[in-house]
Design a protein around this ligand. Structure first.
Ligand SMILES: Cc1cc2nc3c(=O)[nH]c(=O)nc-3n(C[C@H](O)[C@H](O)[C@H](O)COP(=O)(O)OP(=O)(O)OC[C@H]3O[C@@H](n4cnc5c(N)ncnc54)[C@H](O)[C@@H]3O)c2cc1C
Length: 405
């Protein structure tokens, strides 16, 4: 009988294995892949944004999920500072970017994987072995693989979500959880881009336009989201879109949806005043719009409103001024769909945290069963939040096992 079986060699599973090594607890780690940490290696554009510099309160504040308080204990037990210390103690120097994101100084995610493997006994890593089923028998678990059944007192499920299934993350954890009495929120795409036929049709005008800090609202919602936005050949991307993609996703399930983008820093009143200025009456409309937003968008607004290039401000009707103002303040983009669950960097959804002890990640339903990382109904924005959640929950689960050091 093994003390602990970990399923999954992502950041969650590997951090749990490290803590079990520290505590000298006997364990085996299974992964269906033949190489370790396949997803970790491609994170952060193969540079791995391994954590960030937020303290527990700041970290939690930035999450959009309703159950974010769940993370309070585990991040206090093992949070961003502990992660930085962990890697530095293993000889990986980290550097800060954009004042909050940590990457390895070498810019190599492989250094992060190597550090996670440094103190792990390779004999405990059972690769190329998919877990097919987990069955509870009295006070232990039978972990079934194709060739052999294993018996364990505790099982830590670290199988991730359904994002990037080629890396091995195919959502198995929630299926195992369901069989063992748990409930889960189906996975959904998060922190990703959106598709728009409108943008695609007009890509010769829009593709590549980048707005540094604009306001975006979703149809039917009041909240204004701020951040960078990029018009791509298929739709919209950039931090503000990634941030609200999951909200857009849920809207697309109900109705056709659209987003409204603010293309100028000027107010409604200021725009109207500029068009009424005596000095501007002989100026071409396009030149005035160019001053209010970027040139390529000005040209596109002219085309959309079917205004001749030579049209001067004096020839604009009140309705036409309102139309320009509307385009500048609430540039509407209909959304066809959000990127798929498979192609989204992150998945929302997973095992319901209400059924999990927030200090230990142990199931409240089945003793000795633990869920960690993206298998849980927890996720954060881009910026090292998700790997941090994986490390933190992985550490806390393993930390709760065996006797104290
Ligand atoms: C392209 C990309 C870039 C990203 N960049 C960043 C970043 O820079 N910073 C950040 O914080 N987050 C990033 N993320 C998100 C982050 O990678 C994930 O949140 C994190 O990897 C989740 O860790 P995990 O350990 O829970 O699961 P995963 O990393 O998904 O690992 C799950 C493991 O379980 C194994 N497995 C699954 N089912 C079974 C089974 N039945 N039997 C055996 N093994 C199984 C899989 O093979 C896999 O190795 C990125 C994601 C993607 C896709």
């Amino acid at each position: 009988m093994i003390d602990v079986i970990i399923i999954g060699s992502g950041p969650a599973g590997l951090m749990a294995a490290n803590r079990l090594e520290d505590k000298k607890i006997n364990y085996l780690l299974f992964d269906k892949n033949n190489n370790i940490g396949r997803k970790l290696l491609i994170t952060g554009g193969t540079r791995c944004n391994v954590t960030n510099n937020y303290n527990v309160k700041e970290f939690i504040e930035q999450l959009k999920i309703k159950n974010k308080r769940f993370l309070y204990s585990t991040l206090s037990n093992f949070g961003t500072k502990h992660i930085i210390n962990f890697f530095e103690s293993k000889g990986v120097e980290l550097m800060l970017e954009k004042e909050y994101q940590y990457f390895p100084k070498s810019s190599k995610s492989s250094d992060i994987v190597a550090a996670l493997l440094q103190d792990i006994d390779q004999k405990k890593l059972i690769m190329n072995t998919a877990v097919i089923d987990i069955i509870k028998e009295n006070d232990y678990y039978i972990v079934e693989t194709k060739n052999k059944d294993y018996y364990a007192k505790n099982v830590i499920i670290a199988t991730g979500s359904k994002s990037y299934p080629k890396t091995g993350s195919t959502g198995d954890g929630v299926i195992f959880g369901k069989q063992l009495g748990h409930h889960f929120m189906p996975f959904y795409p998060a922190e990703t881009h959106v598709y728009s036929d409108y943008v695609k049709k007009n890509k010769e005008y829009l593709q590549g336009i980048s707005l540094l800090n604009c306001n975006v609202t979703i149809k039917g919602m009041k909240k204004v989201y701020k951040g960078g936005l990029i018009f791509t050949h298929y739709g919209l991307s950039g931090p503000v879109i990634q941030n609200i993609s999951e909200l857009i996703y849920f809207e697309t399930l109900k109705n056709e949806t659209e987003v409204f983008i603010n293309l100028t820093t000027n107010t409604d009143y200021e725009i109207k005043t500029i068009f009424e200025l005596k000095a501007n009456q002989k100026v071409r409309v396009i030149r005035v719009i160019e001053k209010l937003t970027i040139k390529r968008l000005a040209r596109f607004i002219m085309k959309e409103l079917k205004f001749a290039e030579e049209k001067v401000v004096a020839n604009l009707s009140k309705i036409e001024i309102s139309q320009i103002t509307e385009k500048l303040l609430r540039f509407s983009v209909k959304i066809a769909r959000v990127e798929s669950i498979s192609n989204a960097y992150i998945n929302g959804g997973g095992i319901l945290t209400e059924e999990i002890n927030p200090k230990t990640m142990e199931s409240k339903i089945s003793k000795g069963l633990f869920f960690i990382g993206e298998t849980l109904n927890l996720h954060g924005p881009i910026g090292g939040f998700n790997i941090t959640i994986a490390f933190s929950t992985g550490y806390s689960a393993a930390d709760s096992l065996g006797s104290d050091d």
